[in-house]
Design a protein. Structure first.
Length: 128
């Protein structure tokens, strides 16, 4: 299943201060990062297809605190409003159903490189 990679590409395609999304760690001084978070077991059917809840976190680090928060808000609202099929599989392994915000954008910390904001999400996908 290529949902994580396709989600990364989707976020990279949004109009933000960067067109690169890091995975797991914030690598650059000003960056956006996508992380997996624990998810429950999928609800599988007899035909081996089913619904899967895919939980993830997006972090933003930016030297400008307002830009960091606004970027998080923009990403969160864009994902929440994403319509069925907005994120597409390159190998037909899933169908995107919806994305919900689990935890609204919030301040995480300030480090030597900038302000960090985070949001937790839960995407529902249908496994083909």
């Amino acid at each position: 299943m290529d949902f994580f990679e396709r989600l990364k590409k989707y976020v990279e395609g949004l109009d933000t201060f960067t067109n690169t999304v890091d995975v797991s760690l914030l690598m650059a001084d000003e960056s956006i990062c996508l992380r997996l978070t624990p998810s429950g077991a999928p609800k599988m059917y007899l035909d081996e297809k089913g619904l899967y809840t895919f939980n993830f976190q997006i972090l933003v680090r930016q030297a400008d605190q307002i830009m960091a928060y606004q970027t998080k808000q923009f990403i969160a609202l864009t994902l929440m409003k994403a319509r069925k099929g907005a994120i597409t599989s390159s190998n037909n392994s899933f169908k995107f159903v919806k994305c919900s915000i689990v935890s609204m954008p919030s301040f995480l910390e300030k480090d030597s490189k900038g302000w960090l904001y985070t949001t937790l999400f839960s995407a529902e996908i249908y496994i083909n």
